[in-house]
Design a protein around this ligand. Structure first.
Ligand code: G2I
Length: 461
Protein backbone atom coordinates (compact mmCIF):
# COMPACT_ATOMS: atom_id res chain seq x y z
CA UNK A 1 0.00 0.00 0.00
CA UNK A 2 3.04 2.24 0.00
CA UNK A 3 2.34 3.67 -3.43
CA UNK A 4 -1.08 5.27 -3.27
CA UNK A 5 -0.30 6.63 0.20
CA UNK A 6 2.93 8.08 -0.98
CA UNK A 7 1.41 9.63 -4.05
CA UNK A 8 -1.23 11.29 -1.91
CA UNK A 9 1.45 12.47 0.46
CA UNK A 10 3.47 13.94 -2.39
CA UNK A 11 0.41 15.71 -3.85
CA UNK A 12 -0.43 17.15 -0.46
CA UNK A 13 3.14 18.14 0.07
CA UNK A 14 3.19 19.78 -3.37
CA UNK A 15 0.11 21.89 -2.55
CA UNK A 16 1.64 22.78 0.77
CA UNK A 17 4.85 23.95 -0.91
CA UNK A 18 2.87 26.13 -3.36
CA UNK A 19 0.95 27.82 -0.58
CA UNK A 20 3.92 28.60 1.61
CA UNK A 21 6.55 30.27 -0.56
CA UNK A 22 8.28 31.85 2.41
CA UNK A 23 9.12 28.50 3.97
CA UNK A 24 9.71 26.85 0.61
CA UNK A 25 13.35 26.13 1.24
CA UNK A 26 12.81 24.08 4.36
CA UNK A 27 9.88 22.18 2.84
CA UNK A 28 11.66 21.49 -0.44
CA UNK A 29 14.56 20.06 1.45
CA UNK A 30 12.19 17.73 3.24
CA UNK A 31 10.78 16.40 -0.03
CA UNK A 32 13.51 14.02 -1.20
CA UNK A 33 13.55 12.37 2.20
CA UNK A 34 9.79 11.85 2.03
CA UNK A 35 9.99 10.43 -1.51
CA UNK A 36 12.97 8.11 -0.97
CA UNK A 37 12.14 4.66 0.32
CA UNK A 38 14.25 3.67 3.30
CA UNK A 39 13.67 -0.04 2.79
CA UNK A 40 13.91 -2.17 -0.33
CA UNK A 41 10.16 -2.76 -0.47
CA UNK A 42 9.36 0.95 -0.04
CA UNK A 43 11.92 2.02 -2.62
CA UNK A 44 10.71 -0.55 -5.17
CA UNK A 45 7.12 0.44 -4.42
CA UNK A 46 7.84 3.97 -5.62
CA UNK A 47 7.67 2.63 -9.19
CA UNK A 48 4.95 0.03 -8.60
CA UNK A 49 7.38 -2.85 -8.19
CA UNK A 50 7.86 -5.39 -5.43
CA UNK A 51 11.10 -6.47 -3.78
CA UNK A 52 11.19 -10.02 -2.51
CA UNK A 53 13.27 -12.72 -0.92
CA UNK A 54 13.32 -16.48 -0.62
CA UNK A 55 12.43 -17.65 2.88
CA UNK A 56 13.24 -20.96 4.58
CA UNK A 57 10.53 -21.96 7.07
CA UNK A 58 13.13 -23.33 9.47
CA UNK A 59 14.74 -19.91 9.83
CA UNK A 60 11.58 -17.94 10.67
CA UNK A 61 12.16 -18.49 14.39
CA UNK A 62 15.50 -16.63 14.09
CA UNK A 63 14.45 -13.10 15.00
CA UNK A 64 17.36 -11.36 13.25
CA UNK A 65 16.30 -13.13 10.07
CA UNK A 66 12.57 -12.55 10.38
CA UNK A 67 13.02 -8.91 11.41
CA UNK A 68 15.07 -8.13 8.30
CA UNK A 69 12.74 -10.15 6.09
CA UNK A 70 9.68 -8.37 7.43
CA UNK A 71 11.19 -4.91 7.19
CA UNK A 72 12.77 -5.09 3.74
CA UNK A 73 10.72 -7.40 1.54
CA UNK A 74 7.10 -7.61 0.41
CA UNK A 75 7.20 -10.67 -1.89
CA UNK A 76 8.03 -14.05 -0.44
CA UNK A 77 9.15 -17.24 -2.20
CA UNK A 78 9.41 -20.53 -0.32
CA UNK A 79 12.99 -21.62 -0.94
CA UNK A 80 12.11 -25.34 -0.86
CA UNK A 81 8.78 -25.85 0.91
CA UNK A 82 6.43 -25.70 -2.07
CA UNK A 83 8.46 -27.89 -4.41
CA UNK A 84 7.13 -31.23 -5.65
CA UNK A 85 9.02 -33.38 -3.13
CA UNK A 86 7.78 -31.21 -0.26
CA UNK A 87 4.13 -30.99 -1.27
CA UNK A 88 3.48 -34.53 -2.57
CA UNK A 89 5.88 -36.83 -0.70
CA UNK A 90 3.72 -39.88 -1.47
CA UNK A 91 1.63 -40.05 -4.59
CA UNK A 92 -1.78 -38.51 -3.98
CA UNK A 93 -0.89 -37.49 -0.42
CA UNK A 94 -0.27 -33.80 -0.19
CA UNK A 95 1.61 -32.06 2.57
CA UNK A 96 1.30 -28.31 2.99
CA UNK A 97 2.51 -27.83 6.55
CA UNK A 98 5.87 -26.28 5.69
CA UNK A 99 4.53 -24.30 2.73
CA UNK A 100 1.72 -22.97 4.91
CA UNK A 101 4.21 -21.76 7.52
CA UNK A 102 5.69 -19.49 4.89
CA UNK A 103 2.44 -18.47 3.21
CA UNK A 104 0.81 -17.69 6.57
CA UNK A 105 3.81 -15.70 7.77
CA UNK A 106 3.77 -13.72 4.54
CA UNK A 107 0.05 -13.01 4.64
CA UNK A 108 0.03 -12.14 8.32
CA UNK A 109 2.69 -9.57 7.57
CA UNK A 110 0.91 -8.13 4.54
CA UNK A 111 3.19 -9.68 1.95
CA UNK A 112 2.51 -11.47 -1.31
CA UNK A 113 3.79 -14.89 -2.30
CA UNK A 114 5.50 -16.25 -5.40
CA UNK A 115 4.76 -19.95 -5.74
CA UNK A 116 7.83 -22.08 -6.52
CA UNK A 117 7.55 -24.48 -8.33
CA UNK A 118 4.78 -26.70 -9.74
CA UNK A 119 6.67 -28.82 -12.30
CA UNK A 120 10.43 -29.40 -12.42
CA UNK A 121 12.80 -32.21 -13.37
CA UNK A 122 14.61 -31.72 -10.04
CA UNK A 123 13.44 -32.18 -6.44
CA UNK A 124 10.82 -34.66 -7.58
CA UNK A 125 9.60 -37.04 -4.89
CA UNK A 126 11.08 -40.53 -5.19
CA UNK A 127 7.86 -42.07 -6.47
CA UNK A 128 7.78 -39.61 -9.38
CA UNK A 129 11.44 -40.02 -10.35
CA UNK A 130 10.69 -43.61 -11.30
CA UNK A 131 7.66 -42.85 -13.44
CA UNK A 132 7.36 -42.31 -17.19
CA UNK A 133 4.87 -41.94 -20.04
CA UNK A 134 1.17 -41.35 -19.50
CA UNK A 135 1.31 -42.24 -15.82
CA UNK A 136 3.94 -39.54 -15.21
CA UNK A 137 2.13 -36.97 -17.37
CA UNK A 138 -1.07 -37.54 -15.42
CA UNK A 139 0.73 -37.48 -12.08
CA UNK A 140 2.41 -34.19 -13.01
CA UNK A 141 -0.88 -32.62 -14.12
CA UNK A 142 -2.61 -33.82 -10.97
CA UNK A 143 0.17 -32.31 -8.89
CA UNK A 144 -0.16 -28.96 -10.67
CA UNK A 145 -3.93 -29.01 -10.23
CA UNK A 146 -3.92 -30.01 -6.58
CA UNK A 147 -1.23 -27.64 -5.39
CA UNK A 148 -2.45 -24.64 -7.39
CA UNK A 149 -6.00 -25.31 -6.18
CA UNK A 150 -4.90 -25.57 -2.56
CA UNK A 151 -3.13 -22.20 -2.73
CA UNK A 152 -5.73 -20.57 -5.00
CA UNK A 153 -6.22 -16.90 -4.20
CA UNK A 154 -2.96 -16.64 -2.25
CA UNK A 155 -0.32 -16.64 -4.97
CA UNK A 156 0.80 -13.56 -6.90
CA UNK A 157 2.78 -15.60 -9.46
CA UNK A 158 3.48 -19.30 -9.90
CA UNK A 159 6.65 -20.75 -11.36
CA UNK A 160 4.58 -23.29 -13.27
CA UNK A 161 7.54 -24.89 -15.02
CA UNK A 162 11.13 -24.52 -13.85
CA UNK A 163 14.38 -25.04 -15.76
CA UNK A 164 13.11 -27.00 -18.76
CA UNK A 165 15.84 -25.99 -21.22
CA UNK A 166 19.34 -27.41 -21.65
CA UNK A 167 22.48 -25.38 -20.98
CA UNK A 168 25.01 -24.84 -23.73
CA UNK A 169 24.61 -24.09 -27.40
CA UNK A 170 21.94 -26.62 -28.43
CA UNK A 171 18.87 -24.50 -27.70
CA UNK A 172 17.12 -27.79 -26.95
CA UNK A 173 14.83 -28.82 -24.19
CA UNK A 174 16.55 -30.41 -21.21
CA UNK A 175 16.24 -34.17 -21.26
CA UNK A 176 14.15 -35.33 -18.29
CA UNK A 177 11.44 -37.81 -17.46
CA UNK A 178 8.90 -34.99 -17.92
CA UNK A 179 10.31 -34.00 -21.33
CA UNK A 180 10.11 -37.64 -22.43
CA UNK A 181 6.32 -37.59 -21.85
CA UNK A 182 6.13 -35.35 -24.94
CA UNK A 183 7.17 -31.83 -25.95
CA UNK A 184 3.76 -30.44 -25.01
CA UNK A 185 4.26 -31.15 -21.30
CA UNK A 186 5.04 -27.50 -20.56
CA UNK A 187 1.91 -26.09 -22.15
CA UNK A 188 -0.17 -28.83 -20.55
CA UNK A 189 1.17 -27.75 -17.14
CA UNK A 190 0.31 -24.10 -17.84
CA UNK A 191 -3.25 -25.00 -18.89
CA UNK A 192 -3.76 -27.05 -15.74
CA UNK A 193 -2.42 -24.22 -13.58
CA UNK A 194 -4.71 -21.65 -15.21
CA UNK A 195 -7.75 -23.85 -14.65
CA UNK A 196 -6.80 -24.33 -10.99
CA UNK A 197 -5.95 -20.70 -10.11
CA UNK A 198 -7.22 -18.26 -12.74
CA UNK A 199 -5.95 -15.19 -10.86
CA UNK A 200 -2.32 -16.13 -10.33
CA UNK A 201 0.21 -14.97 -12.90
CA UNK A 202 1.75 -18.02 -14.54
CA UNK A 203 5.51 -17.90 -15.15
CA UNK A 204 8.15 -19.94 -16.90
CA UNK A 205 11.32 -19.72 -14.75
CA UNK A 206 14.93 -20.53 -15.70
CA UNK A 207 18.62 -19.68 -15.21
CA UNK A 208 21.36 -18.83 -17.73
CA UNK A 209 18.75 -16.95 -19.72
CA UNK A 210 20.16 -13.50 -18.96
CA UNK A 211 22.50 -12.99 -21.92
CA UNK A 212 20.45 -12.18 -25.02
CA UNK A 213 22.92 -13.83 -27.37
CA UNK A 214 22.94 -17.21 -25.60
CA UNK A 215 21.19 -20.13 -27.28
CA UNK A 216 19.23 -20.97 -24.12
CA UNK A 217 17.85 -17.42 -23.89
CA UNK A 218 16.79 -17.58 -27.55
CA UNK A 219 15.17 -20.96 -27.07
CA UNK A 220 13.07 -19.79 -24.12
CA UNK A 221 12.17 -16.64 -26.03
CA UNK A 222 10.97 -18.71 -28.98
CA UNK A 223 8.87 -20.91 -26.72
CA UNK A 224 7.20 -17.90 -25.07
CA UNK A 225 6.55 -16.30 -28.46
CA UNK A 226 5.00 -19.54 -29.68
CA UNK A 227 2.87 -19.83 -26.51
CA UNK A 228 1.60 -16.27 -26.90
CA UNK A 229 0.76 -16.84 -30.57
CA UNK A 230 -1.20 -20.03 -29.81
CA UNK A 231 -2.98 -18.75 -26.70
CA UNK A 232 -1.17 -20.97 -24.20
CA UNK A 233 -1.81 -19.23 -20.85
CA UNK A 234 1.54 -17.70 -19.87
CA UNK A 235 1.80 -14.33 -18.11
CA UNK A 236 5.41 -13.95 -17.07
CA UNK A 237 8.97 -15.13 -17.44
CA UNK A 238 11.20 -15.52 -14.39
CA UNK A 239 14.93 -14.85 -14.72
CA UNK A 240 16.62 -16.60 -11.82
CA UNK A 241 19.74 -14.43 -12.12
CA UNK A 242 22.34 -16.49 -10.22
CA UNK A 243 25.62 -14.77 -11.08
CA UNK A 244 29.29 -15.35 -10.32
CA UNK A 245 32.60 -14.79 -12.07
CA UNK A 246 31.96 -17.71 -14.42
CA UNK A 247 28.50 -16.38 -15.22
CA UNK A 248 28.73 -12.59 -14.91
CA UNK A 249 25.94 -10.07 -15.25
CA UNK A 250 25.72 -9.55 -19.04
CA UNK A 251 25.97 -6.05 -20.48
CA UNK A 252 22.93 -6.77 -22.66
CA UNK A 253 20.64 -7.69 -19.73
CA UNK A 254 18.31 -4.79 -20.43
CA UNK A 255 17.91 -6.01 -24.03
CA UNK A 256 16.94 -9.45 -22.80
CA UNK A 257 14.33 -8.16 -20.39
CA UNK A 258 12.82 -5.70 -22.84
CA UNK A 259 12.67 -8.22 -25.70
CA UNK A 260 10.80 -10.71 -23.54
CA UNK A 261 8.47 -8.00 -22.23
CA UNK A 262 7.70 -7.03 -25.83
CA UNK A 263 6.15 -10.48 -26.29
CA UNK A 264 3.38 -9.35 -23.92
CA UNK A 265 4.53 -10.99 -20.70
CA UNK A 266 5.74 -9.56 -17.41
CA UNK A 267 9.35 -10.28 -16.58
CA UNK A 268 10.50 -10.86 -13.02
CA UNK A 269 13.95 -11.37 -11.53
CA UNK A 270 13.20 -14.34 -9.35
CA UNK A 271 16.30 -15.70 -7.55
CA UNK A 272 18.91 -12.97 -7.69
CA UNK A 273 22.29 -13.53 -6.07
CA UNK A 274 25.74 -12.38 -7.18
CA UNK A 275 28.85 -13.94 -5.69
CA UNK A 276 31.57 -11.50 -4.65
CA UNK A 277 32.02 -8.62 -2.26
CA UNK A 278 32.55 -4.90 -1.91
CA UNK A 279 32.11 -2.37 -4.68
CA UNK A 280 32.39 -4.91 -7.50
CA UNK A 281 29.43 -6.86 -6.15
CA UNK A 282 27.57 -3.62 -5.41
CA UNK A 283 28.01 -2.40 -8.99
CA UNK A 284 26.71 -5.62 -10.45
CA UNK A 285 23.64 -5.48 -8.24
CA UNK A 286 23.11 -1.89 -9.33
CA UNK A 287 23.25 -2.95 -12.98
CA UNK A 288 20.55 -5.57 -12.46
CA UNK A 289 18.24 -3.14 -10.69
CA UNK A 290 18.76 -0.51 -13.36
CA UNK A 291 18.02 -3.03 -16.12
CA UNK A 292 14.75 -3.98 -14.43
CA UNK A 293 13.73 -0.39 -13.74
CA UNK A 294 14.29 0.47 -17.39
CA UNK A 295 11.61 -2.03 -18.47
CA UNK A 296 8.05 -1.13 -17.48
CA UNK A 297 6.97 -4.76 -17.43
CA UNK A 298 9.84 -5.83 -15.19
CA UNK A 299 7.51 -5.92 -12.21
CA UNK A 300 9.75 -7.01 -9.36
CA UNK A 301 13.00 -8.41 -8.06
CA UNK A 302 13.49 -11.27 -5.62
CA UNK A 303 16.84 -12.10 -4.01
CA UNK A 304 17.51 -15.74 -3.13
CA UNK A 305 17.82 -15.42 0.63
CA UNK A 306 18.28 -12.81 3.35
CA UNK A 307 21.85 -12.99 4.76
CA UNK A 308 24.94 -14.45 3.12
CA UNK A 309 24.84 -17.28 5.63
CA UNK A 310 21.29 -18.19 4.54
CA UNK A 311 22.34 -18.67 0.92
CA UNK A 312 22.47 -22.01 -0.92
CA UNK A 313 26.02 -20.93 -1.80
CA UNK A 314 26.98 -19.16 1.41
CA UNK A 315 30.72 -19.28 0.71
CA UNK A 316 30.20 -16.93 -2.24
CA UNK A 317 28.64 -14.25 0.05
CA UNK A 318 26.13 -13.45 -2.70
CA UNK A 319 23.37 -11.57 -0.82
CA UNK A 320 22.57 -8.09 0.51
CA UNK A 321 23.09 -8.69 4.25
CA UNK A 322 26.13 -10.21 5.93
CA UNK A 323 25.91 -13.12 8.32
CA UNK A 324 25.23 -10.79 11.24
CA UNK A 325 22.39 -9.07 9.44
CA UNK A 326 24.33 -5.90 8.58
CA UNK A 327 23.58 -4.12 5.32
CA UNK A 328 26.35 -4.63 2.77
CA UNK A 329 27.56 -2.21 0.11
CA UNK A 330 25.39 -4.20 -2.29
CA UNK A 331 22.33 -3.34 -0.20
CA UNK A 332 23.04 0.38 -0.39
CA UNK A 333 23.59 0.28 -4.14
CA UNK A 334 20.32 -1.59 -4.66
CA UNK A 335 18.41 0.84 -2.42
CA UNK A 336 19.91 3.86 -4.19
CA UNK A 337 19.21 2.42 -7.63
CA UNK A 338 15.59 1.74 -6.66
CA UNK A 339 15.21 5.26 -5.30
CA UNK A 340 16.74 6.76 -8.45
CA UNK A 341 13.64 5.44 -10.23
CA UNK A 342 12.97 4.51 -13.84
CA UNK A 343 9.90 3.38 -15.69
CA UNK A 344 6.75 2.70 -13.71
CA UNK A 345 5.04 -0.68 -13.67
CA UNK A 346 1.71 0.16 -15.36
CA UNK A 347 -0.20 -2.56 -13.56
CA UNK A 348 1.03 -3.09 -10.00
CA UNK A 349 -0.69 -5.69 -7.86
CA UNK A 350 -1.67 -4.04 -4.59
CA UNK A 351 0.03 -5.56 -1.59
CA UNK A 352 -2.61 -6.79 0.85
CA UNK A 353 -2.71 -5.09 4.22
CA UNK A 354 -1.81 -7.06 7.32
CA UNK A 355 -4.48 -9.56 8.37
CA UNK A 356 -5.50 -7.22 11.15
CA UNK A 357 -5.26 -3.44 11.16
CA UNK A 358 -3.26 -1.99 14.03
CA UNK A 359 -5.33 -2.01 17.20
CA UNK A 360 -6.78 1.30 18.36
CA UNK A 361 -6.96 2.51 21.97
CA UNK A 362 -7.19 0.66 25.26
CA UNK A 363 -6.12 -2.93 25.66
CA UNK A 364 -5.54 -4.44 22.26
CA UNK A 365 -5.96 -7.73 20.49
CA UNK A 366 -4.86 -9.26 17.22
CA UNK A 367 -6.95 -11.56 15.02
CA UNK A 368 -5.21 -14.09 12.79
CA UNK A 369 -6.96 -16.19 10.17
CA UNK A 370 -5.85 -19.73 9.49
CA UNK A 371 -7.22 -22.28 7.13
CA UNK A 372 -9.14 -25.34 8.18
CA UNK A 373 -10.43 -28.24 6.13
CA UNK A 374 -11.57 -27.77 2.56
CA UNK A 375 -14.21 -29.56 0.54
CA UNK A 376 -15.48 -29.08 -3.00
CA UNK A 377 -18.17 -26.58 -2.00
CA UNK A 378 -16.98 -25.18 1.34
CA UNK A 379 -14.05 -24.56 3.66
CA UNK A 380 -13.48 -24.05 7.34
CA UNK A 381 -11.66 -21.07 8.81
CA UNK A 382 -10.32 -20.50 12.30
CA UNK A 383 -9.69 -17.08 13.84
CA UNK A 384 -7.26 -16.86 16.73
CA UNK A 385 -7.69 -13.87 19.03
CA UNK A 386 -4.58 -12.86 20.93
CA UNK A 387 -4.60 -10.29 23.72
CA UNK A 388 -1.57 -8.02 23.29
CA UNK A 389 -2.23 -6.63 26.75
CA UNK A 390 -4.83 -7.70 29.32
CA UNK A 391 -8.39 -7.20 28.00
CA UNK A 392 -11.88 -7.49 29.47
CA UNK A 393 -13.47 -8.66 26.26
CA UNK A 394 -13.09 -8.71 22.46
CA UNK A 395 -15.16 -8.52 19.26
CA UNK A 396 -13.95 -9.83 15.96
CA UNK A 397 -15.29 -9.26 12.45
CA UNK A 398 -15.03 -11.76 9.63
CA UNK A 399 -15.73 -10.39 6.14
CA UNK A 400 -16.50 -12.83 3.35
CA UNK A 401 -16.93 -11.95 -0.32
CA UNK A 402 -20.22 -12.40 -2.16
CA UNK A 403 -21.44 -14.96 -3.18
CA UNK A 404 -19.78 -16.67 -0.21
CA UNK A 405 -21.99 -17.46 2.79
CA UNK A 406 -21.01 -18.41 6.32
CA UNK A 407 -23.15 -21.46 7.02
CA UNK A 408 -21.92 -22.56 10.46
CA UNK A 409 -19.91 -21.16 13.39
CA UNK A 410 -18.49 -22.47 16.65
CA UNK A 411 -16.94 -21.20 19.88
CA UNK A 412 -18.54 -17.74 19.77
CA UNK A 413 -21.81 -15.85 19.29
CA UNK A 414 -22.27 -14.37 15.80
CA UNK A 415 -24.35 -11.49 14.49
CA UNK A 416 -24.55 -10.15 10.93
CA UNK A 417 -24.68 -6.86 9.06
CA UNK A 418 -27.43 -6.22 6.51
CA UNK A 419 -25.31 -7.45 3.57
CA UNK A 420 -24.74 -10.77 5.29
CA UNK A 421 -21.05 -10.53 4.39
CA UNK A 422 -19.76 -9.19 7.70
CA UNK A 423 -20.08 -11.40 10.74
CA UNK A 424 -19.28 -9.97 14.16
CA UNK A 425 -18.25 -12.61 16.65
CA UNK A 426 -18.28 -12.01 20.42
CA UNK A 427 -17.15 -14.49 23.05
CA UNK A 428 -19.40 -17.03 24.70
CA UNK A 429 -18.92 -15.99 28.30
CA UNK A 430 -16.64 -13.28 29.66
CA UNK A 431 -13.96 -12.85 26.98
CA UNK A 432 -11.36 -11.68 29.50
CA UNK A 433 -7.83 -12.60 28.40
CA UNK A 434 -4.48 -12.03 30.07
CA UNK A 435 -1.67 -10.47 28.03
CA UNK A 436 -0.43 -13.01 25.51
CA UNK A 437 -3.39 -15.35 25.98
CA UNK A 438 -5.25 -16.65 22.91
CA UNK A 439 -8.67 -18.06 22.14
CA UNK A 440 -10.10 -19.30 18.83
CA UNK A 441 -13.44 -19.50 17.07
CA UNK A 442 -14.33 -21.09 13.78
CA UNK A 443 -16.76 -21.04 10.90
CA UNK A 444 -17.66 -22.77 7.65
CA UNK A 445 -17.89 -20.82 4.38
CA UNK A 446 -19.89 -22.10 1.44
CA UNK A 447 -17.72 -20.53 -1.25
CA UNK A 448 -20.06 -20.70 -4.27
CA UNK A 449 -17.04 -20.50 -6.56
CA UNK A 450 -15.25 -17.60 -4.83
CA UNK A 451 -12.10 -18.86 -3.10
CA UNK A 452 -10.99 -15.51 -1.70
CA UNK A 453 -10.01 -15.90 1.95
CA UNK A 454 -12.00 -13.90 4.53
CA UNK A 455 -10.43 -10.87 6.19
CA UNK A 456 -10.57 -10.58 9.97
CA UNK A 457 -10.25 -7.84 12.59
CA UNK A 458 -10.26 -7.69 16.35
CA UNK A 459 -11.12 -4.91 18.79
CA UNK A 460 -10.70 -5.10 22.54
CA UNK A 461 -12.37 -3.50 25.51
O1 G2I B 1 19.98 -24.07 -6.73
C1 G2I B 1 19.59 -22.75 -6.53
C2 G2I B 1 18.18 -22.52 -7.05
C3 G2I B 1 18.13 -22.69 -8.54
N1 G2I B 1 16.80 -22.42 -9.08
C4 G2I B 1 15.73 -23.18 -8.46
C5 G2I B 1 15.77 -23.08 -6.94
O2 G2I B 1 14.76 -23.89 -6.37
C6 G2I B 1 17.12 -23.45 -6.42
O3 G2I B 1 17.06 -23.33 -4.99
C7 G2I B 1 17.83 -24.26 -4.27
C8 G2I B 1 17.69 -23.98 -2.79
O4 G2I B 1 18.21 -22.70 -2.52
C9 G2I B 1 18.47 -25.01 -1.98
O5 G2I B 1 18.19 -24.85 -0.58
O6 G2I B 1 17.37 -25.56 -4.55
C10 G2I B 1 18.19 -26.54 -3.93
C11 G2I B 1 17.75 -27.91 -4.39
O7 G2I B 1 17.63 -28.00 -5.75
C12 G2I B 1 18.08 -26.42 -2.42
O8 G2I B 1 18.95 -27.32 -1.82
C13 G2I B 1 18.38 -28.22 -0.94
C14 G2I B 1 19.31 -29.38 -0.75
O9 G2I B 1 19.46 -30.03 -2.00
C15 G2I B 1 18.77 -30.32 0.25
O10 G2I B 1 19.71 -31.34 0.50
C16 G2I B 1 18.42 -29.59 1.53
O11 G2I B 1 17.77 -30.46 2.44
O12 G2I B 1 18.13 -27.56 0.29
C17 G2I B 1 17.51 -28.41 1.23
C18 G2I B 1 17.15 -27.59 2.47
O13 G2I B 1 18.26 -26.93 2.98
Amino acid sequence: MTNPDLRTRRRRLGAFVGGLAATALAVTMALPAAAAGSTLQAAAGESGRYFGTAIAASRLSDSTYSTIANREFNMITAENEMKMDATEPSQGQFSYTQGDRIVNWARQNGKQVRGHALAWHSQQPGWMQNMSGTALRNAMLNHVTQVATYYRGKIHSWDVVNEAFADGSSGARRDSNLQRTGNDWIEAAFRAARAADPNAKLCYNDYNTDNWSHAKTQAVYNMVRDFKSRGVPIDCVGFQAHFNSGNPVPSNYHTTLSNFAALGVDVQITELDIEGSGSSQAQQYQGIVQACLAVARCTGITVWGVRDTDSWRASGTPLLFDGSGNKKAAYTSVLNALNAGGTTNPNPTPTPGPTTPPPTGGGSCTATYSEGEKWGDRFNGVVTIRANSAINSWRSTVTVRSPQKIIATWSGTPSWDSSGNVMTMVPNGSGALAAGQTVSFGFTVQHNGNWTWPSVTCSAS
